[in-house]
Design a protein around this ligand. Structure first.
Ligand SMILES: Nc1ncnc2c1ncn2[C@@H]1O[C@H](COP(=O)(O)OP(=O)(O)O)[C@@H](O)[C@H]1O
Ligand SMILES: [Mg+2]
Length: 373
Protein backbone atom coordinates (compact mmCIF):
# COMPACT_ATOMS: atom_id res chain seq x y z
CA UNK A 1 0.00 0.00 0.00
CA UNK A 2 1.30 3.39 -0.91
CA UNK A 3 0.57 6.62 0.93
CA UNK A 4 1.89 8.70 -1.91
CA UNK A 5 -0.61 10.38 -4.16
CA UNK A 6 0.72 8.94 -7.42
CA UNK A 7 0.14 5.68 -9.22
CA UNK A 8 2.04 2.61 -8.02
CA UNK A 9 4.76 3.23 -10.55
CA UNK A 10 5.09 6.71 -11.93
CA UNK A 11 7.65 7.82 -14.44
CA UNK A 12 9.05 11.32 -14.66
CA UNK A 13 8.57 13.61 -17.64
CA UNK A 14 10.23 16.94 -18.28
CA UNK A 15 8.28 18.81 -20.89
CA UNK A 16 10.47 21.63 -22.20
CA UNK A 17 11.49 22.65 -18.68
CA UNK A 18 13.49 25.87 -18.46
CA UNK A 19 14.93 27.18 -15.21
CA UNK A 20 16.65 30.55 -14.85
CA UNK A 21 18.29 32.36 -11.95
CA UNK A 22 18.21 36.14 -12.25
CA UNK A 23 17.56 35.82 -15.95
CA UNK A 24 20.42 33.32 -16.49
CA UNK A 25 19.12 30.14 -18.08
CA UNK A 26 20.73 27.19 -16.24
CA UNK A 27 18.37 24.54 -17.62
CA UNK A 28 17.40 25.08 -21.21
CA UNK A 29 14.13 23.55 -22.44
CA UNK A 30 14.81 20.07 -21.06
CA UNK A 31 12.75 17.30 -22.66
CA UNK A 32 13.32 13.98 -20.96
CA UNK A 33 11.21 10.99 -19.96
CA UNK A 34 12.15 8.51 -17.25
CA UNK A 35 10.01 5.40 -17.56
CA UNK A 36 8.27 3.76 -14.59
CA UNK A 37 10.87 1.77 -12.69
CA UNK A 38 13.69 3.09 -14.83
CA UNK A 39 17.01 4.35 -13.48
CA UNK A 40 18.08 7.43 -15.41
CA UNK A 41 21.47 8.93 -14.71
CA UNK A 42 21.93 12.64 -15.31
CA UNK A 43 25.62 12.81 -16.16
CA UNK A 44 27.56 15.96 -16.80
CA UNK A 45 30.27 18.29 -15.56
CA UNK A 46 29.83 20.62 -12.62
CA UNK A 47 27.47 23.47 -13.37
CA UNK A 48 25.74 21.77 -16.30
CA UNK A 49 22.31 21.95 -14.65
CA UNK A 50 21.90 18.45 -13.19
CA UNK A 51 20.94 19.46 -9.65
CA UNK A 52 18.63 22.10 -11.04
CA UNK A 53 16.79 19.47 -13.07
CA UNK A 54 16.44 17.30 -9.97
CA UNK A 55 15.19 20.22 -7.89
CA UNK A 56 12.59 20.97 -10.52
CA UNK A 57 11.22 17.44 -10.06
CA UNK A 58 11.35 17.73 -6.28
CA UNK A 59 9.59 21.08 -6.35
CA UNK A 60 12.38 23.14 -4.82
CA UNK A 61 12.78 25.29 -7.89
CA UNK A 62 10.08 26.62 -10.17
CA UNK A 63 10.57 26.47 -13.92
CA UNK A 64 10.10 29.72 -15.80
CA UNK A 65 8.45 27.63 -18.49
CA UNK A 66 7.61 24.00 -19.22
CA UNK A 67 5.89 21.35 -17.11
CA UNK A 68 7.00 18.47 -14.89
CA UNK A 69 4.92 15.29 -14.80
CA UNK A 70 5.04 12.34 -12.41
CA UNK A 71 3.13 9.60 -14.15
CA UNK A 72 0.20 11.44 -15.68
CA UNK A 73 0.06 14.05 -12.92
CA UNK A 74 1.24 17.54 -13.75
CA UNK A 75 3.08 18.40 -10.52
CA UNK A 76 4.56 21.72 -11.66
CA UNK A 77 2.39 23.68 -9.25
CA UNK A 78 2.45 21.18 -6.35
CA UNK A 79 4.56 21.77 -3.22
CA UNK A 80 7.39 19.27 -2.63
CA UNK A 81 5.66 17.24 0.09
CA UNK A 82 2.71 16.47 -2.16
CA UNK A 83 4.75 15.00 -5.00
CA UNK A 84 5.39 11.51 -3.61
CA UNK A 85 9.14 11.63 -4.00
CA UNK A 86 12.12 10.66 -1.88
CA UNK A 87 15.36 12.59 -2.16
CA UNK A 88 18.94 11.86 -1.17
CA UNK A 89 21.67 14.48 -1.40
CA UNK A 90 25.44 14.34 -1.28
CA UNK A 91 25.76 15.85 2.19
CA UNK A 92 23.26 13.37 3.75
CA UNK A 93 21.44 16.30 5.42
CA UNK A 94 20.49 14.25 8.47
CA UNK A 95 19.14 16.04 11.52
CA UNK A 96 22.04 15.83 13.98
CA UNK A 97 19.89 16.02 17.12
CA UNK A 98 17.60 13.16 16.03
CA UNK A 99 18.31 9.47 16.44
CA UNK A 100 18.51 7.35 13.28
CA UNK A 101 14.96 6.05 13.71
CA UNK A 102 13.58 9.58 14.11
CA UNK A 103 15.50 10.79 11.08
CA UNK A 104 13.99 7.96 9.05
CA UNK A 105 10.52 8.65 10.50
CA UNK A 106 10.70 12.32 9.62
CA UNK A 107 8.84 12.27 6.32
CA UNK A 108 6.17 9.94 7.69
CA UNK A 109 5.55 12.19 10.68
CA UNK A 110 5.32 15.19 8.38
CA UNK A 111 2.64 13.26 6.50
CA UNK A 112 0.88 12.49 9.77
CA UNK A 113 1.21 8.72 9.48
CA UNK A 114 0.01 6.66 12.48
CA UNK A 115 2.45 5.30 15.09
CA UNK A 116 2.13 1.67 14.02
CA UNK A 117 2.68 2.52 10.39
CA UNK A 118 5.70 4.66 11.23
CA UNK A 119 7.25 1.83 13.24
CA UNK A 120 6.65 -0.63 10.41
CA UNK A 121 7.98 1.64 7.66
CA UNK A 122 11.03 2.75 9.63
CA UNK A 123 11.90 -0.87 10.44
CA UNK A 124 11.47 -1.87 6.82
CA UNK A 125 13.61 1.01 5.49
CA UNK A 126 16.40 0.37 8.00
CA UNK A 127 16.32 -3.32 7.18
CA UNK A 128 16.54 -2.60 3.47
CA UNK A 129 19.60 -0.40 3.92
CA UNK A 130 21.34 -2.70 6.39
CA UNK A 131 20.97 -0.22 9.25
CA UNK A 132 18.50 -2.08 11.50
CA UNK A 133 21.08 -2.35 14.27
CA UNK A 134 21.66 1.41 14.46
CA UNK A 135 18.17 2.78 15.09
CA UNK A 136 19.01 4.37 18.45
CA UNK A 137 22.22 6.07 17.41
CA UNK A 138 22.74 9.70 16.53
CA UNK A 139 24.26 10.65 13.14
CA UNK A 140 27.55 11.70 14.80
CA UNK A 141 27.97 8.09 15.98
CA UNK A 142 27.93 6.80 12.40
CA UNK A 143 30.51 6.67 9.60
CA UNK A 144 29.92 8.60 6.40
CA UNK A 145 28.75 5.48 4.60
CA UNK A 146 26.33 4.63 7.41
CA UNK A 147 24.97 8.17 7.41
CA UNK A 148 24.33 7.92 3.71
CA UNK A 149 22.47 4.63 4.26
CA UNK A 150 20.27 6.39 6.81
CA UNK A 151 19.62 9.18 4.32
CA UNK A 152 18.55 6.55 1.78
CA UNK A 153 16.38 4.82 4.40
CA UNK A 154 14.73 8.16 5.17
CA UNK A 155 13.95 8.68 1.49
CA UNK A 156 12.58 5.13 1.13
CA UNK A 157 10.44 5.21 4.29
CA UNK A 158 7.71 7.23 2.59
CA UNK A 159 7.60 4.57 -0.14
CA UNK A 160 8.14 7.06 -2.91
CA UNK A 161 7.19 6.44 -6.53
CA UNK A 162 10.22 8.43 -7.50
CA UNK A 163 13.62 8.50 -5.87
CA UNK A 164 15.89 11.44 -6.60
CA UNK A 165 19.57 11.01 -5.80
CA UNK A 166 22.00 13.91 -6.10
CA UNK A 167 25.62 12.70 -6.16
CA UNK A 168 24.81 10.40 -3.24
CA UNK A 169 28.22 8.72 -3.22
CA UNK A 170 30.54 11.63 -3.87
CA UNK A 171 31.33 12.23 -0.19
CA UNK A 172 32.48 8.61 0.28
CA UNK A 173 35.92 7.21 -0.34
CA UNK A 174 36.51 5.04 -3.39
CA UNK A 175 36.14 1.65 -1.73
CA UNK A 176 32.93 2.56 0.09
CA UNK A 177 31.61 4.08 -3.07
CA UNK A 178 31.87 0.88 -5.04
CA UNK A 179 30.18 -1.03 -2.21
CA UNK A 180 27.34 1.48 -2.04
CA UNK A 181 26.98 1.35 -5.81
CA UNK A 182 26.31 -2.37 -5.55
CA UNK A 183 23.85 -1.67 -2.71
CA UNK A 184 21.96 0.84 -4.82
CA UNK A 185 21.76 -1.68 -7.66
CA UNK A 186 20.34 -4.22 -5.20
CA UNK A 187 17.81 -1.68 -3.89
CA UNK A 188 16.71 -1.05 -7.45
CA UNK A 189 16.15 -4.79 -7.94
CA UNK A 190 14.13 -4.93 -4.71
CA UNK A 191 12.09 -1.87 -5.67
CA UNK A 192 11.53 -2.45 -9.39
CA UNK A 193 8.61 0.02 -9.57
CA UNK A 194 10.50 3.01 -8.20
CA UNK A 195 11.77 5.38 -10.88
CA UNK A 196 15.16 6.84 -10.07
CA UNK A 197 16.82 9.98 -11.29
CA UNK A 198 20.47 9.73 -10.35
CA UNK A 199 22.65 12.81 -10.67
CA UNK A 200 26.37 12.20 -10.99
CA UNK A 201 29.49 13.55 -12.65
CA UNK A 202 31.03 10.07 -12.39
CA UNK A 203 30.79 8.04 -15.57
CA UNK A 204 31.43 4.75 -13.79
CA UNK A 205 28.42 5.29 -11.53
CA UNK A 206 26.28 6.17 -14.52
CA UNK A 207 27.47 3.22 -16.62
CA UNK A 208 27.05 0.79 -13.74
CA UNK A 209 23.70 1.80 -12.37
CA UNK A 210 21.64 3.40 -15.09
CA UNK A 211 19.23 1.88 -17.56
CA UNK A 212 19.76 5.05 -19.58
CA UNK A 213 22.07 8.03 -19.28
CA UNK A 214 21.15 11.62 -20.05
CA UNK A 215 24.32 13.60 -20.75
CA UNK A 216 24.11 17.26 -19.77
CA UNK A 217 26.39 20.05 -20.91
CA UNK A 218 25.95 23.78 -20.42
CA UNK A 219 22.29 23.71 -19.37
CA UNK A 220 21.34 21.40 -22.21
CA UNK A 221 20.62 17.75 -22.76
CA UNK A 222 23.42 16.67 -25.04
CA UNK A 223 22.59 13.01 -25.56
CA UNK A 224 20.42 10.31 -24.07
CA UNK A 225 20.68 6.57 -24.49
CA UNK A 226 21.56 3.29 -22.90
CA UNK A 227 25.08 3.06 -21.46
CA UNK A 228 26.05 0.76 -24.33
CA UNK A 229 24.70 3.07 -27.00
CA UNK A 230 26.50 6.08 -25.57
CA UNK A 231 29.71 4.18 -24.99
CA UNK A 232 29.88 2.24 -28.24
CA UNK A 233 28.25 4.70 -30.60
CA UNK A 234 28.33 8.20 -29.13
CA UNK A 235 26.82 10.78 -31.46
CA UNK A 236 29.04 13.70 -30.55
CA UNK A 237 32.49 14.47 -29.19
CA UNK A 238 31.35 15.70 -25.81
CA UNK A 239 29.45 12.49 -25.12
CA UNK A 240 32.31 10.39 -26.46
CA UNK A 241 34.81 11.99 -24.13
CA UNK A 242 32.54 12.26 -21.09
CA UNK A 243 31.24 8.68 -21.21
CA UNK A 244 34.53 6.80 -21.12
CA UNK A 245 37.94 7.77 -22.41
CA UNK A 246 38.19 8.49 -26.11
CA UNK A 247 40.74 9.16 -28.81
CA UNK A 248 39.27 11.86 -31.02
CA UNK A 249 41.17 12.26 -34.27
CA UNK A 250 40.45 14.81 -36.99
CA UNK A 251 39.88 13.11 -40.33
CA UNK A 252 38.59 13.91 -43.78
CA UNK A 253 35.87 11.65 -45.10
CA UNK A 254 36.88 9.79 -48.24
CA UNK A 255 34.84 7.88 -50.80
CA UNK A 256 35.84 4.80 -48.82
CA UNK A 257 37.05 5.21 -45.26
CA UNK A 258 38.68 8.40 -44.09
CA UNK A 259 42.02 10.15 -44.20
CA UNK A 260 43.92 10.80 -40.98
CA UNK A 261 47.10 12.84 -41.39
CA UNK A 262 47.74 11.31 -44.80
CA UNK A 263 46.94 7.74 -43.77
CA UNK A 264 43.79 6.06 -45.02
CA UNK A 265 41.79 4.46 -42.24
CA UNK A 266 39.01 1.98 -42.72
CA UNK A 267 35.84 3.07 -40.89
CA UNK A 268 32.11 3.08 -41.59
CA UNK A 269 31.36 6.42 -43.28
CA UNK A 270 27.61 5.94 -43.67
CA UNK A 271 25.88 9.30 -43.50
CA UNK A 272 29.04 11.34 -44.02
CA UNK A 273 29.74 13.31 -47.20
CA UNK A 274 33.08 12.69 -48.95
CA UNK A 275 35.40 15.63 -48.41
CA UNK A 276 33.77 16.64 -45.12
CA UNK A 277 35.76 17.07 -41.94
CA UNK A 278 34.90 14.57 -39.23
CA UNK A 279 36.24 13.15 -35.99
CA UNK A 280 37.23 9.54 -35.65
CA UNK A 281 36.53 8.16 -32.19
CA UNK A 282 38.18 5.00 -30.90
CA UNK A 283 38.32 3.89 -27.28
CA UNK A 284 41.82 3.44 -25.80
CA UNK A 285 41.20 -0.18 -24.82
CA UNK A 286 40.28 -1.01 -28.42
CA UNK A 287 43.63 0.19 -29.72
CA UNK A 288 46.22 -2.58 -30.09
CA UNK A 289 49.96 -2.54 -30.51
CA UNK A 290 51.89 -4.05 -33.42
CA UNK A 291 50.58 -5.31 -36.71
CA UNK A 292 46.89 -5.24 -37.53
CA UNK A 293 44.24 -3.32 -39.45
CA UNK A 294 44.33 0.51 -39.52
CA UNK A 295 47.99 0.81 -38.61
CA UNK A 296 49.25 4.14 -37.28
CA UNK A 297 52.90 4.58 -36.45
CA UNK A 298 54.26 7.19 -34.05
CA UNK A 299 56.55 7.90 -31.15
CA UNK A 300 55.94 6.80 -27.58
CA UNK A 301 55.70 9.97 -25.52
CA UNK A 302 54.50 8.46 -22.28
CA UNK A 303 53.85 5.08 -20.73
CA UNK A 304 51.96 4.56 -17.47
CA UNK A 305 51.87 1.30 -15.60
CA UNK A 306 48.44 0.91 -13.99
CA UNK A 307 48.76 -2.51 -12.48
CA UNK A 308 46.63 -4.65 -14.75
CA UNK A 309 47.20 -2.41 -17.76
CA UNK A 310 49.69 -0.15 -19.43
CA UNK A 311 48.52 3.12 -20.92
CA UNK A 312 50.59 4.26 -23.86
CA UNK A 313 50.56 7.78 -25.27
CA UNK A 314 51.77 7.69 -28.83
CA UNK A 315 52.27 10.83 -30.92
CA UNK A 316 51.18 10.26 -34.49
CA UNK A 317 51.53 13.23 -36.85
CA UNK A 318 51.15 15.68 -33.97
CA UNK A 319 48.17 13.93 -32.41
CA UNK A 320 48.33 11.99 -29.18
CA UNK A 321 46.71 8.55 -29.29
CA UNK A 322 46.06 6.60 -26.10
CA UNK A 323 46.15 2.83 -25.99
CA UNK A 324 45.25 0.77 -22.92
CA UNK A 325 46.88 -2.65 -23.11
CA UNK A 326 46.96 -5.61 -20.83
CA UNK A 327 50.11 -5.33 -18.78
CA UNK A 328 53.02 -5.68 -21.21
CA UNK A 329 55.88 -8.04 -20.36
CA UNK A 330 58.27 -6.03 -22.43
CA UNK A 331 56.94 -2.47 -22.56
CA UNK A 332 58.38 -0.02 -25.10
CA UNK A 333 60.49 2.86 -23.81
CA UNK A 334 60.07 6.59 -24.27
CA UNK A 335 60.91 7.73 -27.75
CA UNK A 336 60.46 4.27 -29.25
CA UNK A 337 58.66 3.94 -32.57
CA UNK A 338 55.35 2.23 -31.88
CA UNK A 339 52.76 0.92 -34.29
CA UNK A 340 49.15 0.99 -33.18
CA UNK A 341 46.11 -0.53 -34.82
CA UNK A 342 42.38 -0.78 -34.39
CA UNK A 343 39.55 -2.68 -36.04
CA UNK A 344 37.30 -0.68 -38.36
CA UNK A 345 34.28 -1.86 -36.41
CA UNK A 346 35.70 -0.44 -33.18
CA UNK A 347 35.81 3.12 -34.48
CA UNK A 348 32.98 5.54 -35.11
CA UNK A 349 32.91 8.74 -37.11
CA UNK A 350 31.47 11.81 -35.42
CA UNK A 351 30.68 15.22 -36.80
CA UNK A 352 33.77 17.43 -36.53
CA UNK A 353 33.34 19.56 -33.47
CA UNK A 354 36.76 20.47 -32.12
CA UNK A 355 36.67 23.97 -30.74
CA UNK A 356 32.96 24.64 -31.18
CA UNK A 357 31.65 23.17 -27.94
CA UNK A 358 28.33 24.63 -27.06
CA UNK A 359 27.94 26.56 -30.31
CA UNK A 360 24.37 25.58 -30.98
CA UNK A 361 23.35 22.28 -32.46
CA UNK A 362 26.30 20.05 -32.94
CA UNK A 363 25.81 17.31 -35.47
CA UNK A 364 23.95 19.65 -37.80
CA UNK A 365 25.17 22.49 -39.90
CA UNK A 366 27.75 23.18 -42.52
CA UNK A 367 30.17 20.31 -42.15
CA UNK A 368 28.35 18.14 -44.66
CA UNK A 369 27.10 15.65 -42.14
CA UNK A 370 23.88 13.93 -43.11
CA UNK A 371 21.36 12.03 -41.08
CA UNK A 372 23.11 9.08 -39.46
CA UNK A 373 19.97 6.96 -39.77
N1 LIG B 1 20.23 29.17 -6.24
C1 LIG B 1 20.97 29.55 -7.28
N2 LIG B 1 21.11 30.85 -7.61
C2 LIG B 1 21.84 31.23 -8.67
N3 LIG B 1 22.48 30.38 -9.50
C3 LIG B 1 22.38 29.08 -9.24
C4 LIG B 1 21.61 28.59 -8.13
N4 LIG B 1 21.69 27.23 -8.13
C5 LIG B 1 22.47 26.90 -9.18
N5 LIG B 1 22.88 27.99 -9.87
C6 LIG B 1 23.71 28.01 -11.08
O1 LIG B 1 23.08 27.19 -12.04
C7 LIG B 1 24.03 26.46 -12.80
C8 LIG B 1 23.69 24.99 -12.74
O2 LIG B 1 23.84 24.56 -11.41
P1 LIG B 1 23.56 23.06 -10.96
O3 LIG B 1 22.23 22.65 -11.47
O4 LIG B 1 23.75 23.02 -9.50
O5 LIG B 1 24.69 22.26 -11.73
P2 LIG B 1 25.26 20.80 -11.50
O6 LIG B 1 24.39 20.10 -10.49
O7 LIG B 1 25.25 20.16 -12.84
O8 LIG B 1 26.66 20.99 -11.00
C9 LIG B 1 25.37 26.80 -12.24
O9 LIG B 1 25.97 27.77 -13.05
C10 LIG B 1 25.07 27.36 -10.87
O10 LIG B 1 26.03 28.28 -10.49
MG1 LIG C 1 24.91 19.35 -8.60
Amino acid sequence: MSTSPGAASAGIRFDSVTVAYDGNVVLDALDLTVGPGEVMALLGPSGSGKTTALRAVAGFVRPVSGRVFLGDRDVTDLPPHRRGIGMVVQSYALFPHLRVEDNVAFGLKARKAGKARIRERVGEALEMTGMAGYARRHPRELSGGQQQRVAIARALAVRPDVLLLDEPLSALDAQLRSGMLAELARLHRELPDVSMLYVTHDQVEALTLADRIAVMDQARLQACGTPKELYRAPADEFTASFVGGANLLPVTVGTEGADFAGTRVDVDTAGAVPGARATLCVRPHLVGIGDGPNRLTGTLSEIQWRGATHRLHVDVAGHRIMADLRELRDPPVHGATVTLHFAAGDAVLLPAGVGDRGQGDRGQGDHGWGDRG
